[in-house]
Design a protein around this ligand. Structure first.
Ligand code: FES
Length: 147
């Protein structure tokens, strides 16, 4: 069967466009994955004023630091936990009635110390160190990425 030059040219162009779109999609996905897994250091800071809002054992979300923070009732120490689920990285929410962090994506649950209470997540929420200097709280010890 003979295919006209115009049809062949059109088909060649379409195949190139499709391959180009697939290539761009794959490259974008790899870039997103790489930036998520690169361990690149981001600044996680917030005003010391936030610490005054803390109620013992009641986590407070600090979106600018991508963390949940709370003061332990047992010894008044500060705790900062990653606000992203260790399963696939969704933001978990604190449920005060159940005293659990709940992930809205696939149902993982974590207790106040960040330990897994229900999967599919298999790793605890990473903890940060808190450094308070000149009115700013800085979180260090960048957490592991979700598995
Ligand atoms: S991302 Fe949280 S359970 Fe899947």
């Amino acid at each position: 069967m003979m295919v006209s030059h115009e049809k062949r040219s059109f088909l060649t162009t379409m195949v190139k466009w499709i391959l180009g779109a697939v290539g761009i999609s794959i490259a974008g996905g790899i870039g997103l994955f790489a930036s998520f897994n690169s361990g690149e250091k981001k600044t996680r800071e917030f005003s010391e004023e936030m610490l005054r809002k803390l109620v013992p054992d009641a986590p407070l979300h600090v979106p600018e630091a991508s963390a949940w923070i709370y003061r332990k009732s047992s010894d008044s120490s500060l705790v900062a936990l990653e606000d992203r689920c260790t399963h696939l990285g969704c933001r978990q929410k604190w449920n005060p009635e159940r005293n659990l962090f709940e992930c809205p994506c696939h149902g993982s649950e974590f207790d106040l110390s960040g330990d897994v209470k229900r999967g599919p997540a298999s790793r605890a929420l990473p903890k940060f160190h808190l450094i308070v200097e000149n009115g700013t709280v800085r979180l260090t010890g960048f957490p592991q990425k979700p598995s």
